[in-house]
Design a protein around this ligand. Structure first.
Ligand code: LX5
Length: 621
């Protein structure tokens, strides 16, 4: 195959082209990116007196424990407490983390909890011991004493834990025990944090954040995805319940079958996005919830939700003379955050008839107030016809590897009429086109496979070719806990101790770290073939960057006739494997990219193994 590469660029590569889509799904927030190590730390949204309320908590040493609605609640947002009836001897309570706790001797952990003595006050201070122990109980990796004064008023105590050794696995618990006290003590809002990414307060788990930073992402779409919608209107994501002290955050029933603490809240998202060098694509709730509840088509019905969205945006960009800006400043960020894109809802193609009035209601109220923000519609493209006409749409595609290869031409025929597109969610998820969202037994991927990843690469060539109208694209979902998830495959799998980079992660990285500045048109690939490519020009240092995907089993050599003289050696980054290969917890590095140096030639021959993606950077003379 010979590809003739044009020397005149058709369009620049937008700086936002490759980025991240995030929502709290499969514990990607609580138990994943968000640094808190304790599960069910504040007994939020649980029913006191039930076993479920005690999720992740167990008694230690004969204590008896129950979640109660304390007659003196810690706060209105956190009304539940963990009541511990402590017998003589060493006893207390333990937490198993999110299916494990990573005990690392090089880390200093910050532990805290609230307590009060509801009945008879002890005659003197009570010593509580916070510890990191093996689940078997055999090993204490770290412990520290805190002194509890005899008080009936909620009091927070803090300590640090520095393990004497790293644990051999993540089967470890955090415990709080008493040895010289017997009686009743109420506790609330426990917390155990490891060092966070770049030291952000109430921040992110460092290894996951680093893996995301290593993608060189330009944007971060949040907070959903389905999870912004809520199963009901009452349980929708509400920005104001996610900012301020943790004692003011009630948490909510997420749409992925678990309670969200909202400890990862709007302010934490925005600070972290800035630390990562990304920009937000922030969603506002658009009046529709997954259970079908929809805000009625009347100004009075819609007004409170439009106002809440207005306040959400004002919190992000308002100057400090506005309530939102003043609140943001009080939290530590007087400068407005960058906000160029706001998405109105999520996947409203499932509720198009009501989006016909919900979209204009939000747009007509918000666009005049925030003229510099580009609002994205979430229905199918131009279907239904909306007013005002959306400037941008968010399109989602989940399909087979073959679909993605064949549809690398998806945007080729789109009108160039000023409308821009965000391919906000895409992934090859199954080899079974008639049961895409089925089970692994029926073709669904548990982890991304090489077959799927090369299909995605073919599709991404099309996104580069159409980056004059496709301004952003992100694989979804981004993260999934291997033990407890509601969706596979995910770009990154993780558990309490490890992050597993998938073959699709590496494909995303190969594109994101080799974006180039301008697209060079070239001979068109056959969409029903097995070879897909793109060529971009990089300004500094001057180079051609060739990307080539081979979605077939047979190796192929492709000659790229480049439009200018080249020099020296070219850098080849290549990932290849068997079509069903995946990186898994058992074999996390089964398929990884290999970097090598190859001779550069103006007729640049790229040798593409079967099921491979290659990126060749050829220096321009
Ligand atoms: O059930 S789906 O609608 O397919 O859910 C998908 C689409 C939705 O935006 C996102 O939250 C989820 C997985 O990424």
């Amino acid at each position: 195959t010979t590809v003739v590469v044009n020397g005149t660029a058709s369009h620049n590569i937008p700086e936002t082209l490759w980025g991240l889509m995030f929502e709290d799904i499969s514990h990607s927030g609580d138990g994943g990116l968000y640094g808190e190590l304790l599960q069910n730390r504040a007994f939020q949204e649980v029913t006191p007196g039930t076993v479920a309320a005690l999720a992740a908590w167990t008694p230690v040493g004969g204590a008896s424990i129950a979640v109660i609605a304390d007659s003196t609640p810690l706060s209105s947002a956190l009304p539940n407490a963990l009541q511990i009836i402590v017998p003589d001897g060493v006893a207390g309570v333990g937490n198993m983390g999110f299916w494990g706790i990573n005990v690392n001797a090089s880390w200093t952990y910050n532990a805290s909890f609230f307590f009060r003595f509801p009945d008879t006050l002890p005659s003197s201070d009570v010593t509580a011991t916070a510890s990191l122990v093996s689940a078997s109980g055999g090993t204490v990796f770290a412990s520290a004493n805190v002194s509890l004064s005899p008080t009936a008023d909620w009091t927070q105590v803090f300590t640090t834990l520095t393990p004497s050794a790293s644990a051999p696995d993540t089967l470890n618990n955090f415990t709080v025990t008493f040895k010289d006290f017997s009686g009743t003590i109420n506790t609330a809002l426990f917390s155990l944090f490891p060092p966070t990414f770049m030291g952000q307060e109430n921040g992110m788990r460092a290894d996951i954040a680093q893996a995301l930073l290593d993608l060189g992402p330009s944007f971060f779409r949040f907070p959903g995805g389905n999870n912004i919608e809520g199963n009901t209107i009452a349980t929708r994501w509400q920005w104001n319940n996610t900012v301020g002290p943790l004692t003011s955050r009630p948490g909510r029933e997420g749409t992925w079958s678990y309670i969200n603490t909202d400890g990862l809240g709007l302010y934490e998202y925005l600070v972290w996005i800035e630390l990562m060098g990304m920009q937000p694509i922030m969603a506002i709730w658009s009046g529709f919830s997954l259970g079908g509840q929809t805000v009625a088509n009347s100004p009075d019905a819609l007004a409170p939700y439009i106002e809440q969205a207005r306040q959400q945006i004002e919190f992000v960009v308002g100057n400090t003379s506005t309530p939102g800006g003043a609140l943001r400043a009080s939290l530590g960020h007087p400068e407005p955050f960058t906000l160029n894109f706001v998405e109105v809802g999520n996947e409203d193609q499932f509720a198009p008839s009501t989006y016909l009035y919900r979209w204009p209601a939000f747009m007509n109220a918000l666009q005049p107030l925030f003229p510099d923000i580009r609002f994205l519609a979430t229905t199918f493209i131009f279907n239904p016809v909306l007013g005002p006409t959306p400037q941008s749409y968010d399109s989602h595609m989940y399909d087979t590897p073959d679909w993605f290869a064949k549809n690398s031409i998806m945007y080729d025929g789109f009108l160039r009429n000023g409308t821009t597109y965000f391919e906000g969610e895409y992934a090859a998820i199954s080899v079974n086109p008639s049961d895409l969202f089925g089970t692994p037994a029926n073709g669904r991927f548990t982890f991304p496979t090489m077959n799927g990843s090369v299909g995605e690469a073919a599709f991404m060539m099309g996104l580069e070719r159409n980056a004059d109208i496709v301004f952003a694209a992100s694989y979804a979902p981004l993260l999934g806990h291997v033990t407890q998830n509601q969706w596979t495959p995910n770009l990154l799998a993780f558990d309490a101790g490890a992050v597993i980079k998938s073959t699709s992660y590496y494909v995303q990285q190969m594109f994101s770290l080799n974006r180039g500045d301008a697209y060079l048109p070239s001979t068109r690939a056959d969409p029903s073939g097995t070879l897909f490519w793109s060529v971009v020009q990089q300004n500094a240092p001057p180079a051609f960057i060739i990307k080539l995907a081979n979605t077939g089993a047979d190796a192929a050599n492709v000659t790229f006739q480049l439009p200018a003289a080249v020099k020296g050696a070219a850098r080849l980054v290549q990932i290849s494997g068997n079509p069903t290969d995946s990186n898994t917890p058992e074999s996390p590095d089964k398929v990884v990219p290999v970097t090598s140096s190859v001779d550069a030639g103006q007729d640049m021959v790229v040798a593409a193994p079967g099921f491979s993606v290659s990126v060749v950077t050829v220096p321009i003379a």
